[in-house]
Design a binder for this molecule. Structure first.
Ligand code: C2E
Ligand code: MG
Ligand code: MG
Ligand code: MG
Length: 286
């Protein structure tokens, strides 16, 4: 009986494997195609940086932007970051692409920061793979020098999940980045199980409350409680707290009541190309 059971398990395993292989092959082919296209995208000029405005909730002023990568493929149209960032990370392409985003965002930030308006910070997403596969510190230092952007105008966002995966090592990298004078934000906060003891030691300036919690406030009691806790936690650690993905006036009112510091989201504005962002900033719409 034992032999029979083993035989059956083997057969099942084989079947699964074949299914798995066929499935993977199709996915792998798609990924390989996109990887090849992405390799060309940079010098073909298919990549763009869009900017989503960030607002102070104390006075409603436009205080900064988050740089968000866009890929406009000639045949496939707009390919969202969720479809290609992981491919860029696995292939290592995130290193040149990430530096390209950083350079563009810093060059743009210098212009907006010098315009004498309320704009004071450009936030750029940093992928864990950039930290692992390249000398991020040297790249940030070099790009700040190249673009002439004062470091206090640059904020780097790192996701909570990534930080916690190798917290000890990441704390050292983050401390070195911060020594350059840039500020650091934890992105997608609330999704990655930070332990409180680590959070206390992390050299960060800001928590960004993940959109998944903001989405259902104030109706959902659990999400409202989580949002309230993140704000209390952040403020007790003297961190700035920004809410991501604010889409409604109700969400905004709830966040204001809890003294949330900053927000971004479709309620205020979608990510904009540089020209439209300039119009918003200089036009003084808000
Ligand atoms: P993220 O850093 O958490 O960025 C916020 C995402 O939420 C953006 O999606 C933004 O367009 C979207 N968003 C903002 N407000 C709202 C809202 O009110 N409602 C909804 N439904 N969505 C909102 P996007 O641009 O598609 O980027 C997705 C993710 O891709 C980013 O999440 C980030 O993790 C990654 N990403 C984007 N650009 C870069 C980049 O230059 N480098 C790296 N490493 N990752 C990037
Ligand atoms: Mg982000
Ligand atoms: Mg986020
Ligand atoms: Mg995200």
């Amino acid at each position: 009986h034992a032999d029979l059971a083993m035989y059956q398990a083997k057969e099942r395993g084989r079947g699964n494997f074949q299914f798995f292989e066929a499935h993977l092959t199709e996915r792998a082919r798609e990924r390989l195609f996109l990887e090849g296209e992405l390799r060309e995208a940079l010098h073909r000029g298919e990549l763009q940086v869009h900017y989503q405005p960030q607002f102070s909730l104390a006075d409603g002023s436009l205080i900064g932007a988050e740089a968000l990568l866009r890929w406009c493929h000639p045949d496939k149209g707009m390919i969202p970051p969720d479809k290609f960032i992981a491919i860029a990370e696995d292939s290592g392409l995130i290193v040149p692409i990430g530096e390209w985003v950083l350079r563009n965002a810093c060059r743009q930030a210098r212009i907006w920061a010098e315009a004498g308006k309320s704009f004071r910070r450009m936030a750029v997403n940093l992928s864990g793979a950039q930290i692992e596969r390249s000398d991020v510190l040297a790249a940030v230092d070099r790009i700040l020098a190249e673009t002439g952007l004062a470091p206090q105008h640059l904020e780097l966002e790192i996701t909570e999940t990534y930080i916690m995966r190798q917290a000890e090592r990441n704390i050292r990298v983050m401390e070195a980045l911060r020594d350059l004078g840039v500020t650091l934000a934890i992105d997608d906060f609330g999704t990655g199980q930070s332990s409180l003891s680590y959070l206390k030691r992390l050299p960060v300036d800001k928590l960004k409350i993940d959109r998944s919690f903001v989405m259902d406030i104030p109706q959902d009691a659990n999400d409202s409680a989580i949002t309230r806790s993140i704000l209390a936690l952040g403020h007790s650690l003297r961190l700035t707290v920004l809410a991501e993905g604010v889409e409604t006036a109700e969400q905004l009112a709830f966040l204001k009541e809890l003294a949330c510091d900053e927000a971004q989201g479709y309620y205020f504005s979608r990510p904009l190309d540089a020209a439209s962002f300039s119009e918003l900033l200089y036009g003084g719409v808000r």
